[in-house]
Ligand binder design. Structure first.
Ligand code: ADP
Ligand code: MG
Length: 238
């Protein structure tokens, strides 16, 4: 069986500084795979490169068996790969509904788009209640829901989430994590980047620890959760 996403020996540099130094991993359909690691490890750079926002200096990225490195970002979205970026990037002065519709910018099937807006409101009822309000009035957690809902509007096969729990209260973080579990149950394949290693590993099928541009350790979520070095470095145990 071919993987839905296959990253091989990927290298990415900003000028002379190499942020990603040859990483390889793959994601099977229906899996939740997480990249964990401290600030500056290269997680965001990896996601942005998969999305076509940075060009790799070496290596390859295959999505559905096809090379996507070198393709423009909108083409990659069209193929079914969506990205909810670090820091959410919602448009504060636009309404919640307008923000959702931006996620459907490549689609022309108006009835299908409307049905998916309603599906986003089912997943996140608070967004439906406030659909005509400016998105800037939402709390951080609600803005994260909006960023996820917007990414889902392109009908992705693979959803990439960059630090969805960043800055959220424990209760809101729980809500976001349970939504990820719900999406997985609906068959969505997810690449989850998190600094909250405990939460991410608890729900991931596979995890990779990134350290200064390299993958230092890989395993199932459960394996990594019980790994002594992971517990010391990322779960605050000594
Ligand atoms: N636009 C940029 N220009 C130059 N260096 C960058 C840029 N973005 C990130 N970096 C550097 O690349 C490295 C990896 O960053 P990043 O991918 O954001 O890591 P993470 O998401 O794991 O925190 C860091 O050393 C960071 O300072
Ligand atoms: Mg980051």
């Amino acid at each position: 069986m071919t993987a839905l996403l296959e990253v091989q020996d990927l290298r990415v540099a900003y000028g002379k500084i190499e942020a990603v130094k040859g990483i390889s991993f793959s994601i099977e359909e229906g899996q939740v795979v997480t990249l964990i690691g401290t600030n500056g490890a290269g997680k965001t750079t990896t996601l942005r490169t998969i999305s076509g926002l940075h060009q790799p200096t070496a290596g390859s990225i295959l999505f559905k068996g096809e090379r996507i490195d070198g393709k423009p970002a909108h083409e990659i979205v069209r193929m079914g790969l969506a990205h909810s970026p670090e820091g959410r990037r919602i448009f504060a002065r636009m309404t919640i509904e307008e923000n959702l519709l931006l996620g459907a910018f490549l689609r022309r099937d108006t009835p299908g788009i409307q049905a998916d807006v309603e599906r986003a409101y089912e997943l996140f009822p608070i967004l439906g209640e406030r659909r005509k309000q400016a998105a800037g009035t939402l709390s951080g957690g609600e803005q994260q829901m909006l960023a996820m809902g917007r990414a889902l509007m392109s009908q992705p096969k693979l959803l990439m989430l960059d630090e969805p729990s960043m800055g959220l209260s424990p209760i809101m973080m729980q809500k976001i994590m349970s939504t990820i579990t719900e999406l997985r149950a609906q068959g969505m394949t997810i690449l989850l980047v998190e600094q909250n290693a405990q939460a991410a590993l608890s729900l991931a099928d596979q995890g990779h620890v990134m350290e200064v541009g390299r993958i230092s350790l890989s395993g199932t979520g459960a394996d990594l959760l019980h790994d002594e070095s992971v517990r010391k470095a990322y779960l605050g145990e000594d």
